[in-house]
Design a protein. Structure first.
Length: 367
């Protein structure tokens, strides 16, 4: 089986690395010749809407999936005329638009922060009157890692942010003083079979995921059930196939939906060593209609992202239970270039070395 992946970043690279033991092969489409998945599989360099590149990419493939959620939906539709494209393009469409995704989840009965679409100053004014300060003003499309959004505390700040963010195509959200951020990964097979990973706690820094703790400590079973129920509803409504990630704000025993990624997700990287079956392998199993693998955790894991730094490899590997994943990307400030997962049998064992792990992920080497 030959699988085509739209996007050639680290998620595609890790999908391929999980798929080779299953006897699969991979081809990537990415506009950049430097795309790091190209180091582990065939790379077609071209734009997602370039007809000639799409044709070269599609030739001889059995199915297509994506590792990048801002692939133009049109590219997915064009490919879907020739071969299966999974998850369904509809999921891509919903997840690319913050207003659409919140409206969609709300229609399924999933709680979200209060929100309003903003297409002009009047919407902004009415929205702020209804939601109050502070509030978050975000672009509907294209924002990521905390970019394309602003926290506003006054009318002046709101007006300034409104103009800076383009004055239309925005969504205003009530500010949620959450206890913590958590995410769940669900997987739905072509056969309709479902599986869920345990909730993960995510800590961000400067809008970028820094640390995931998995399974999230102190999750009452009711919260896990809630998260699974929300993910199930979303997957069933979309006829979803593959891994999906839902991010939530936890407020006491409540979960408020923040966003959805129709793909494997950074908060699931711990599953490579920390779960019986990784998110990458389960995504592929789901696409192919193969039996899903167990999502049971193996002990406790902490995953830390390497952001714009190359760590000292020997020092990382000297830490028992630490696993380094280097993506083969050029190191640039603010860029995710790798991650380290520390896996231990117990929380106590993990907690002891958490600060050491974080220090290793900060320690830059000359590159
Ligand atoms: P997002 O790109 O929407 O995930 O937002 C980036 C980060 O901003 C989130 O991970 C939260 O830490 C914070 N944030 C986003 N929306 C809200 C909100 N409505 N209330 C409080 N914090 C938020």
């Amino acid at each position: 089986m030959r699988i085509g992946i739209l996007g050639g970043g680290q998620l595609g690279r890790m999908l391929a690395l999980a798929g080779y033991p299953l006897g699969l092969s991979f081809r990537f489409l990415d506009p950049s010749p430097e795309a790091c998945a190209g180091q582990v599989g065939e790379l077609v360099v071209g734009g997602f809407l370039e007809e000639e590149a799409l044709a070269r990419f599609a030739e001889g493939l059995d199915l297509v999936t994506y590792e990048f959620e801002n692939v133009p939906v049109e590219a997915a539709h064009l490919l879907a005329k020739r071969l299966p494209v999974l998850p369904p393009p509809k999921a891509l469409e919903v997840a690319q638009d913050r207003l659409l995704e919140k409206t969609f989840m709300q229609s399924l009965g999933v709680p979200t922060p209060p929100f309003r679409g903003v297409e002009g100053l009047q919407d902004l004014q009415e929205g702020l009157e209804a939601l109050g300060f502070p509030a978050l003003l975000k672009v509907r499309r294209g924002g990521y890692d905390g970019k394309g959004q602003a926290l506003v505390r006054t009318w002046e700040e709101a007006e300034k942010a409104f103009h800076a963010l383009g004055g239309k195509g925005l969504v205003l959200e009530g500010y949620i003083p959450f206890d913590r951020e958590v995410s769940i990964l669900g997987v739905r097979s072509r056969t309709g079979a479902l599986a869920f990973y345990p909730l993960v706690e995510n800590r961000h820094q400067g809008g970028i995921l820094r640390l995931s703790l998995a399974p999230a400590p102190q999750i009452p079973p009711t919260l896990q059930e809630k998260a699974e129920g929300y993910a199930r509803k979303a997957m069933e409504a979309l006829g979803y196939v593959g891994v999906v990630a839902l991010e939530f704000f936890q407020v006491g025993e409540e979960l408020l939906f923040n966003e959805m990624a129709p793909r494997v997700h950074n908060s699931g990287h711990w599953t490579i060593e920390g779960a019986e079956t990784s998110q990458f392998e389960n995504h592929l199993r789901a696409l192919l209609g193969l039996p899903l693998g167990s999502t049971a955790p193996r002990g406790r894991s902490a995953m830390v992202n390497l952001i714009g730094v190359k760590p000292n490899v020997a020092q990382v590997l000297a830490l028992s239970g630490a696993h380094l994943h280097w993506y083969g990307k050029e190191v640039r400030p603010g860029r995710k270039v790798g991650h380290i997962t520390l896996r231990r049998d117990t929380w106590e064992g993990l907690a002891q070395d958490l600060s050491h792990l974080l220090a290793l992920a900060q320690a830059a080497e000359p590159v």
